[in-house]
Design a protein around this ligand. Structure first.
Ligand code: DON
Length: 338
């Protein structure tokens, strides 16, 4: 009996200890410490190379590196490059998918675009040919061009304005297009033009193809900084309400669906690898940005231009993996971070 009592006491103590570990709130000092450590640890990392298939991206200084956390109540923790405006690129894609969810419900995203990860590169034409859904999911180029074409709009100008102001609702500040990036990308957009035309051919594009291509390319050329990116993620962490403005941008019940797509497809053919190491829904862009969301808590944003072969920022991947594992905030429990 005494043994049983001791066992009972011990297991209660252990349970309390483990609950205390999981539930312990993260203090402001903890947030700043992990941001500083991630910055210091990876700022001299030399792996990867700037994207150059959009020629102007090769000219962005490769050494720039910024790390920001914004909590759901708008507290900001930062290190490194905060002001430089880089092109948002594919990080814009889930946010335009959220606009479609707001306008037409999550079913429209599932039925008119798709929600399956492709396991292939972001610009794969093969995925479009192999999968019956064609556009496959809103985070690959095909699905993102389809998403732009789905926006209910009276004209190209109206379509663009809706896409831009939706993203501004997430950043809580007015944004502009980096026109040099737009020109550089639109002049060389033969692959995306092929994708838009193929989608149209298969009945999976919902506007005139060249209009969709132009608006999609403008969307990718929007200039944001590391703080903007973190605010975008913090809005999702805050269940769809921008922590700075208090404006609801996405209905609360749609946030899980959007995060699910980010978790399964945010890193394209590296999404499994990413969930294995960091365990968080996230989105990357070839401009060097990554945003990851800890649902109900905070967002982590990084900016660093050199990419790995899958098109994902090398320093950003490492920094977010480090922060996720150090704070133990992976969705399925603390991840290894490497
Ligand atoms: O369409 C493109 O290729 C670019 N505007 C966006 C690609 C991108 O950011 C892929 N992400 N890592």
């Amino acid at each position: 009996m005494i043994v049983k009592a001791i066992q009972g006491y011990l297991s209660a103590a252990l349970l309390t200890a483990s609950v205390a570990t999981v539930a312990a709130p993260i203090s402001p000092a903890d947030y700043q410490r992990v941001v500083d450590e991630a910055y210091a640890q990876f700022k001299d990392e030399k792996g990867g190379a700037n994207a150059d298939y959009i020629p102007i991206l090769a000219t962005v200084p490769s050494e720039m590196f910024g790390v920001v956390i914004i909590t759901r109540d708008g507290e900001v923790y930062s290190a490194g490059e905060l002001d430089y405006e880089f092109s948002i690129q594919s990080v814009s894609k889930p946010f335009t998918a959220s606009l479609i969810m707001q306008q037409q419900g999550p079913r429209a995203v599932r039925e008119k675009i798709g929600v399956e990860p492709t396991g292939m590169a972001f610009n794969s034409k093969m995925a479009l040919e192999i999968y019956e859904g064609r556009s496959v999911n809103p985070l690959v180029n095909a699905g993102a061009i389809a998403a732009v074409s789905l926006v209910e709009a009276s004209s190209e100008k109206d379509r663009w304005q809706q896409v831009l102001s939706n993203i501004e609702d997430y950043t809580a500040r007015d944004l502009t297009v980096l026109e040099e990036v737009y020109d550089s990308e639109y002049e060389t957009a033969w692959g995306n033009r092929a994708i838009a035309n193929l989608l149209f051919n298969y009945g999976r594009l919902y506007s005139e193809p060249e209009e969709a291509l132009r608006v999609y390319t403008r969307q990718c050329s929007i200039g944001i900084n590391t703080l903007d990116l973190a605010m975008m993620g913090a809005t999702l962490a805050n269940e769809g309400v921008n922590p700075k403005t208090g404006k609801r941008v996405l209905d609360r019940e749609h946030v899980p669906e959007l995060l699910a797509i980010m978790a399964t497809a945010g890193f394209y053919d590296e999404s499994g690898e990413w969930m294995y190491s960091a365990g968080l829904p996230a989105k990357t862009g070839v401009g060097g940005g990554i945003v990851a969301v800890v649902p109900g808590k905070f967002a982590i944003a990084t900016f660093s231009p050199p990419l790995n072969p899958a098109g994902n920022s090398v320093r950003g991947l490492k920094a977010i993996g480090y922060i996720s594992s150090t704070l133990g905030v992976g969705l399925y429990g603390p991840n290894a971070g490497e």
